[in-house]
Write a protein that binds this ligand. Structure first.
Ligand code: ARG
Length: 229
């Protein structure tokens, strides 16, 4: 690849940083990274006639990789926030998401208000983490991986974990004695982040997303990984 620009042209590579610790959006299956985001990015790459290259990294390194031009599209169940919009652009949202609370089955915590004064686990650098300071008198524990926060909950080191809804469901299924609190903590949008200068790619991604929405492909991908309740 001769120039940075050539990197996002037809026939070129579309480099996607993600953090594959986040089922069902991105996780490892053998040596493959699979999930909703991986499938959506593959469908977008196909629309653009490009080759998708997925790079696994820490969640809080993704924006820097995109911003510096080392990568093209951050797809990682990433919530659109005002703070992030200062450094990167976001595509149109491709899914509605939420932050939820996981507790032990016998916990008395049944609403977000009941978190006051408790010890709460978060995945470092995520939007859940962002809300930490809004919770009165809470003690905050940060973990590199969402599932490490969930382990801490199982071990009684924290009283609750705040994390995205679909990963929460997967973690609760995989660990005995946990449940998701019915009342959601917040509602959010996931979108793809792209470098501020790369407005051409932003437009292409939005067009591809619209096509995939219209054709039903987006819904098909989500349905493949998320069981309807
Ligand atoms: N939605 C949250 C955020 O944007 C968490 C995303 C974590 N994603 C991941 N692949 N680990 O901060």
């Amino acid at each position: 690849v001769a120039t940075e620009e050539a990197a996002t042209e037809e026939g070129g590579q579309l480099v996607m940083p993600t953090n594959a610790e986040f089922p069902p959006y991105e996780y490892r299956e053998g040596d493959q990274i699979v999930g909703i985001d991986a499938d959506i990015a593959a469908a977008i790459a196909e629309e653009l006639g490009m080759e998708l290259v997925i790079e696994d990294m820490q969640f809080d390194s993704i924006i820097a990789a995109v911003q510096s031009g080392k990568a093209d599209i951050g797809v990682a169940g990433m919530t659109v926030t005002e703070d992030r919009l200062v450094t990167v652009n976001f595509s149109d949202p491709y899914t509605q998401a939420a932050q939820v609370i996981i507790v032990k089955t016998d916990s008395e915590i049944a609403t977000p208000d009941a978190l006051a004064g408790k010890t709460i686990g978060f995945q470092l650098g995520t939007t859940g983490d962002l809300y930490a300071e809004d919770i009165e008198d809470a003690t905050i524990e940060r973990y590199n991986k969402g599932f490490e926060a969930v382990q801490a909950l199982t071990q009684g080191k924290v009283d609750a974990v705040i994390i995205d809804r679909e990963p929460a469901k997967v973690f609760v299924e995989q660990n005995e004695g946990l449940k998701v609190v019915d009342e959601e903590f917040t509602v959010e949008d996931y979108a793809i982040c792209i470098a501020k200068e790369n407005t051409e790619l932003l437009e292409k991604i939005n067009t591809a997303l619209a096509t995939l929405q219209e054709s039903g492909k987006l819904d098909e991908i989500k349905a493949k990984y998320i069981n309807a309740e």
